[in-house]
Structures are given as structure tokens and as C-alpha cells.
Design a binder for this molecule. Structure first.
Ligand code: GDP
Ligand code: CA
Length: 314
């Protein structure tokens, strides 16, 4: 069986730890709109979160970056008053970005580079960037000195998502092509799952790459989303700040409605929500169960339930 998962970073990585336990060929289509260039290095936070987590090299407590990390280079850069001291880069992590940047500079696509990095990490899941083209989420927000657009990471990491966001812009998305293998993976999948990722800045950019949304809507595979909301709140982090910008209620019903029914203008056939939540979306099969990703076994059971809604057995 073939399963495709639309994936952001940390939430998706945890979800994939469960999906990977199924007897299936799993392809993750990963958001790249969080990517940024600092100190001349191309950094892909969501791809790296998934790669390190599935490869057993992630720092579980911090939630991002490498385990047993050191920070010598970052301290030296700070002493030079280098750009973006708010974005922490560990020494081991920097090695990944050096490898990636060198390959990109040599003319390889991000998907080739990702495959090369995965030869070391062996994530057990095929990782496909949503696009090899540059797409970046920018946030138009109200800062103390007025309204301006900044890179998503600057709003999220530097400003902790505090300045009121007015809009999210996925620069480059309109001209981006789906990454190599992305449309083929969707077209030959038995089921597509949307990971419990941030709907606004992790999943929406993937759907904004022309062709991907259409492939999901027109493809043969059922599409089932897993809610990132539990008990009417985002589990960790600040994703609620993104939903309020779009005037979407922070609830399983709100996020499900944002994705929408495939029979209408949306993408969902099924929507898996937490047992304490409720949602009614015409045209979408909604089912509930505990959605805490406490460990890979519990998460595997969640993924099985999502496949059950899709009416495919794993
Ligand atoms: P990021 O790109 O690193 O921010 O990660 P994602 O976009 O993939 O996922 C972040 C989202 O994962 C958070 O906003 C949470 O709503 C969701 N999340 C984290 N842990 C859990 C969990 O245990 N269960 C569920 N259902 N959602 C979770
Ligand atoms: Ca992310």
C-alpha cells in the first residue's frame, strides 16, 4: 500500500513516526516555505525536523535541531554581530546546511539534495520537498514602528508571533512547480493523509503550489486530515496566532472547514478529530478518537483510524 502524507515540521515528524510503523510505502510531501538563507547557508527547518526525527538524531525535548548539540559557531557569529542572532544554529545542524548549500550551488535540485542527505539519515520514509523552486512565507504584521512584511521565521522565532499578523504571503508560490515525484506520488497513492501540522503556515503553502491541490482534488486517493487541535487549542506552539489572522476559529471544526470538503472547493474526504472535539463538515466523514501523539504506537493507531476513514486497510 502507498500512503502520501502532507507534512510540516515537528508535528508532522511525530505523526510520521507512527505512520512509518504501518506496512506501507510512505512518501511525505514536506513544506519548504519556512526555508531561509542565513550566513550564506540554505536552511530547511521542516525537512530537517522530519529527517532528524525519523533518522533518530533529533533533540526530543527541545523539539527542533540535533540531539547532543553544541553552539560554538553560533557564539562566534554573535561575537561578530552577525545577522539574525535570534535563529539558533547548532554546530551539527550547520553541517547539514553546509552540505545542502554546497550541493544546491553545484546545481542540484532541493529534492536531489534531500535524497542525498537521507542516505545518511535513512528516515524510512521518502521525503519530497513540495517544490524545488523557492517559495517563502512572509508575514505582514503590525510592529511597533508600523506595518511591514518579514520572513515567517523572523515573525515566528524572533518576535514569537506577537506582532498582530494581517496576512500571510507565499512568495514565489504562483510560479512554483511541484517537486519531482510529488504529483506522481499523489496520483499513485492509496490514501493521502494530512498530518496534524500548522494548517496556515505548514499545510497551506503545500496546497498553494499550483497543481498539488488539483492533484489531490482530482486524484483517485481518498484524502483524510488529522486535526492539530485538541480540546479547542493548538497542542504546542503558537499556531492559534496564525488561525486568528485568517479569522478561522481555533477548533477542529474551524481547521476542518478551512481545508474544506473535496465535494465542495476543498480537499478533504475525511477528518479525524480528538474525542473531546466536534465538527460537522458537509461532505466529509468526521470521526473522533484520542489524538495525543504520546508515542509511536499511539500515533500508529491514529494513522490506522485515518486509513479506516479512507476505507483502506493497513
Ligand atoms: P512546525 O512546522 O515545526 O511548527 O510543525 P508542524 O506544522 O508540523 O506542527 C505543529 C502543530 O502540531 C502544532 O501547532 C500542534 O497543533 C500540532 N501537534 C503537536 N503535537 C500534537 C499532538 O500530540 N497531537 C495533535 N493532534 N497535534 C499535535
Ligand atoms: Ca515549520
Amino acid at each position: 500500500m502507498r500512503i502520501v502524507v502532507l507534512a510540516g515540521g515537528v508535528g508532522a515528524a511525530r505523526f510520521l513516526l507512527g505512520v512509518r510503523r504501518l506496512d506501507a510505502e510512505v512518501t511525505a510531501i514536506v513544506n519548504t516555505a519556512d526555508d531561509l538563507t542565513l550566513h550564506g547557508l540554505r536552511i530547511c527547518p521542516d525537512l530537517d525536523s522530519v529527517m532528524y526525527t525519523l533518522g533518530g538524531g533529533a533533540d526530543a525535548e527541545r523539539g527542533w535541531g540535533r540531539a547532543e548539540e553544541s553552539w560554538t559557531v553560533s557564539r562566534e557569529l554573535a561575537a561578530h554581530d552577525a545577522e539574525a542572532p535570534w535563529f539558533s544554529l547548532g554546530d551539527k545542524d550547520i553541517a547539514t546546511h553546509l552540505m545542502r548549500t554546497r550541493m544546491l550551488d553545484a546545481g542540484y535540485g532541493l529534492s536531489d539534495v534531500t535524497a542525498a542527505l537521507c542516505r545518511r539519515w535513512e528516515p524510512g520514509v521518502r521525503l519530497l520537498p513540495m517544490s524545488d523552486d523557492r517559495v517563502e512565507t512572509h508575514v505582514v504584521a503590525d510592529f511597533d514602528d508600523g506595518q511591514r512584511a518579514v520572513h515567517f521565521q523572523e515573525w515566528w522565532v524572533r518576535h514569537r508571533a506577537e506582532p498582530e499578523a494581517r496576512r500571510f504571503v507565499f512568495t514565489g508560490a504562483a510560479d512554483a512547480k511541484p517537486g519531482p515525484g510529488v504529483l506522481e506520488a499523489i496520483g499513485s497513492a492509496d490514501a493521502v493523509l494530512i498530518a496534524p501540522s500548522n494548517p496556515v503556515v505548514s499545510v497551506a503553502p503545500i496546497l498553494a503550489v499550483p497543481g498539488i491541490r488539483e492533484a489531490l482534488r482530482e486524484g483517485p486517493a481518498p484524502v483524510v486530515g488529522v486535526s492539530p487541535i485538541i480540546g479547542g487549542a493548538v497542542v504546542r506552539g503558537m499556531a492559534d496566532r496564525c488561525l486568528s489572522t485568517l479569522d478561522v476559529e481555533v477548533s477542529a471544526a474551524g481547521v476542518g472547514g478551512l481545508y474544506g470538503a473535496r465535494s465542495e472547493e476543498g480537499v478533504l474526504d475525511g477528518w479525524l478529530i480528538d474525542e473531546g472535539d466536534s465538527a460537522e463538515i458537509p461532505g466529509v466523514t468526521v470521526r473522533s478518537r484520542p489524538l495525543w501523539m504520546t508515542d509511536p504506537e499511539a500515533t500508529e493507531a491514529m494513522a490506522r483510524e485515518a486509513l479506516d476513514i479512507a476505507e483502506v486497510a493497513a
